[in-house]
Design a protein around this ligand. Structure first.
Ligand code: 5GP
Ligand code: MG
Ligand code: MG
Length: 178
């Protein structure tokens, strides 16, 4: 599939992403302003650029942890069975937690991760996704904060890959096959 020629059209510029992150961080700071220390959990690998920009804009005491759940493999089809490939390093019982995801698509991944983390009894558990494709939803799930709602297009860049490529694009682009 990755051998097929494709071009990437800009969908959301780096500047638009940065501006939206500023707005989101004001809201998050409003919610967690009283926290001792917020545990910011990035879902690997797609959220690594987003979480890096997000935490630098957050004026709160934080810790960073990562969790990896299986989703797409290297293809473009979602797998509905969610597996935890790498769990958190730290305990979250009694802690304030913010889960950071790249895209909510069918909703299975974040729905599963949030249930799992909830079972560990955090004090507060919220989620943020840079992108949301509501038209693709298969389970009733909504992140607490969303960067941008997008149509049902396959996107790359800003940490998000196509067969492990294009993660280093500074913007969100949409893949178009020639
Ligand atoms: P869900 O379980 O919500 O269907 O899947 C969410 C995950 O699927 C995202 O975190 C992301 O890894 C992957 N995904 C969904 N849409 C896209 C897309 O347009 N491009 C890429 N590269 N991955 C996507
Ligand atoms: Mg993901
Ligand atoms: Mg992927």
């Amino acid at each position: 599939m990755s051998e097929q020629p494709y071009v990437i059209d800009v969908m959301i510029s780096a500047k638009a992403i940065a501006a939206r992150i500023e707005e989101l961080c004001e809201e998050i700071t409003g919610e967690f302003g009283d926290t001792d220390k917020l545990v910011v959990v990035g879902l690997l690998r797609g959220s690594f650029v987003f979480i890096a920009d997000l935490v630098r804009e957050l004026d709160l005491p934080i810790e960073v942890d990562f969790l990896e759940a299986s989703s797409y493999g290297d293809g473009m089809e979602s797998s509905r069975e969610v597996r935890i490939l790498k769990d958190l390093r730290g305990a979250i019982e009694g802690r304030d937690v913010l889960v950071v995801e790249d895209i909510v698509d069918t909703g299975h991944t974040l729905n599963h991760v949030i249930s799992l983390l909830n079972s560990r009894k955090p004090a507060r558990l919220k989620s943020i996704a840079l992108l949301d494709k509501p038209s693709r939803r298969e389970v009733d799930f909504r992140a607490d904060w969303i960067g941008f709602e997008i149509p049902d297009e396959f996107v790359v860049g800003y940490g998000i890959d196509f067969a492990q490529r294009n993660r280093n694009l500074p913007h969100i682009g949409k893949v178009r096959f020639n």
